[in-house]
Design a protein around this ligand. Structure first.
Ligand SMILES: CSC[C@H]1O[C@H](OP(=O)(O)O)[C@H](O)[C@@H]1O
Length: 364
């Protein structure tokens, strides 16, 4: 069993620019089975993103950058790099981090002579990994301020709800939505986390697993229980991640996030979106333009887990021909979001232009 002694850091992906290798933690069978996959080429990296062997907006961005390095090692011509960029960006459409990272690497390479491109591609991928790790840690610092203020006000453990996995498993640091949870726990501020299981891929079970492995008190709940807990006064704040945030603050995140935001608003509970600047998309004025990924219907028809021997297994919970719909994300309007906790500070929706006035890559 893979034991987490501390938030995963650089364990979800390893990029080695010396031996030109990429290894990922295969998340498809977590927490039952832990496997590390070596990605040998761009195609394998794209499949890892499509199949959600790697998942989480920042992490798929980093994996996209690694895919570009693998592609460049094979063929560093303009044509090959541009074609690879389009293939990688199409692996999953909603998280803007993927396109941001791929385009960042592509633009860096096209400005160089072919002889310098391979080394630069691997350096760029490693640099993006390190940048996302620093962003995750900074988000934790700002989120800690919010949680600590709640603790001082309440004088008891702070009860926090989160949806999906915007944790260490979705980044290369202590996560985005969970970054403040880890920071508060490490500072000795008592918290109790409630993690939505998050049908259909049940990423929330991974949130519970990673938090529990680090000693953070966490309860896994059915998605439909979140509103009830809020109405019963059992939740003090909600922290979620994001896949793409439009200029007005409309936020795409895992399906079900919008329902949690509605419940929070109806019960006057603060609702925070935690995300690095790589998740903001200023080119979209609002959330209507955010592409929503439609995933395989089998994710609804089947449940994936482990058999009595701990080996990956799945069972059908519907007829094999059951018609289903499986949108992977929804959009929460900014009016339902209390504030955005970023690596550059905490911003209300009407302050977001502060984030990119110096350019999205304010941190070099
Ligand atoms: C910091 S992870 C952000 C975001 O990504 C997840 O989506 P998926 O598991 O499909 O890759 C989820 O929406 C998280 O909130």
């Amino acid at each position: 069993m893979f034991e987490l002694s501390q938030p995963l850091e650089r364990e979800t992906i390893r990029i080695n620019s010396v031996n030109r290798s990429v290894e990922i933690l295969d998340q498809r069978a977590l927490p039952h089975c832990v496997a590390v996959l070596s990605l040998q080429n761009e195609e394998q990296a794209c499949e890892a993103i499509r199949s959600m062997a790697v998942r989480g907006a920042p992490l798929i961005g980093i994996t996209g950058a690694a895919a570009m390095a693998l592609a460049c090692s094979k063929d560093s011509s303009n044509k090959a790099l541009n074609e690879a960029a389009e293939r990688v960006k199409s692996a999953r459409p909603t998280a803007v981090n993927l396109a941001w990272a791929v385009d960042k690497v592509l633009q860096a390479l096209l400005s160089l002579p072919a002889s310098q491109r391979e080394a630069a591609a691997w350096d760029s991928a490693e640099s993006i990994l390190e940048q996302e790790r620093r962003m995750s840690l900074k988000i934790g610092k700002y989120a800690l301020g919010i949680i600590e203020a709640l603790y001082r006000k309440l004088g008891r453990p702070v009860r926090l709800l989160t949806h999906c996995n915007a944790g260490a498993l979705a980044t290369v640091g202590p996560g985005t939505a969970t970054a403040g949870f880890y920071a508060a726990h490490q500072k000795g501020i008592p918290i109790e986390v409630y993690a939505d299981e998050t049908r259909p891929r049940l990423q929330g079970a991974m949130t519970a697993w990673e938090l529990c492995s680090c000693g953070v008190p966490v309860s896994l709940i059915a998605d439909n229980a979140g509103g009830h807990l809020m109405r019963e006064g059992l939740i003090d704040a909600v922290f979620v991640g994001a896949d793409r945030i439009a200029a007005n603050g409309d936020t795409a995140n895992k399906i079900g996030t919008y329902l949690k935001a509605l419940s929070a608003a109806d019960n006057n509970i603060p609702f925070y979106v935690a995300a690095p600047v790589s998740t903001f998309d200023a080119s979209l004025k609002d959330g209507s333009g955010i592409p929503i990924e439609e995933r395989s219907g089998d994710e609804i028809r089947r449940v994936y887990g482990a058999d009595e021997n701990g080996l990956p297994a799945s069972v059908f919970i519907t007829s094999r021909s059951q018609k289903v719909m499986n949108p992977g994300f929804d959009v929460t309007p900014s009016r339902l979001i209390t504030a955005f906790v970023t690596d550059q500070g905490v911003f209300a929706a009407n302050e977001l232009e502060e984030i990119w006035k110096d350019g999205k890559d304010a941190e070099q």
